[in-house]
Ligand binder design. Sequence first.
Ligand SMILES: [Zn+2]
Length: 126
Amino acid sequence: MRAITSRGNRTTEARLRSMLVRAGVRGWRIRPSGISGTPDFVFREARVVVFVDGCFWHGCPRCGHIPRTNAKYWTAKIARNQRRDRRTRRALRANGYRVVAIWECALKRAPGRCLARIRIAASPGS
Ligand SMILES: [Zn+2]
């Protein structure tokens, strides 16, 4: 039940943050103000936003699960989160941002691939 009480994905975010620093990737900020949808990382100049999605809260198809207790509540709650995700990401794209969404589990499983996706999206001229 720990996944339910810990709302944020600070650990995952911190992991990605240190990966970016180690890889020498620059030009990003963490949740800067003045951008809708509060993306976890924003490359302003490259106009790229990165979301690190917690598998539980965002309903990862691979490992997101609905708790048995209050299943109805959680199903509705997670569906609501997913709708909001789609809406905010669509709005960001409409504003010329490229959206990179990374699952918490993907970051654990294949950190190199996640990093590569960000680098490619944020590299000039891509
Ligand atoms: Zn997952």
